[in-house]
Design a protein around this ligand. Sequence first.
Ligand SMILES: [Zn+2]
Length: 181
Amino acid sequence: MDRRVFVLALAALPFCAHARPRNMKEVEALQQNWKSFLPSGASVPSPAEPLKLSDDEWRKRLPGQSYHVLRKEGTERAGTSPLNDEKRPGVYACAGCGLPVFTSEMKFDSGTGWPSFFTTIPGVFEMKKDFFLIYPRTEYHCIRCGGHHGHVFDDGPPPTNQRWCNNGVALKFIAKDGKTA
Ligand SMILES: [Zn+2]
């Protein structure tokens, strides 16, 4: 091994377990293998089974904060979600309907105080532009239950350059070892 290769190998070591994808091919691999982050035998809903409930039913079903964000397009206070510090392998599902939307490998620390992801499980969100703050932002909703999750920006890390800024109360974490949070 020449010296340069050896130094590169050493530099790569700390990141082996949780490497950020280097190109779109690796991002696609992450999108395709999301089921491997579920606990074995876990059963989760699919986007093809819509969940439609009345406003009253949602209010009864969801904790107040989750109801406010998912059904009323609210925003949680930055830095309040325990999911900001969640680093275990697993799947992030919609808190409204249980649809898996991200995996732990898609998460990055954006420093914004909201759980952030550079890509999503394919086909789980629909988009809508909003003009709530003067400049347009792209808001995204769960495709299964219509719940509001957050906004996507184009200042995320390469290669996707996407930052899916998600309210923690709109998510529930399913750890690969079977524990939920
Ligand atoms: Zn949902």
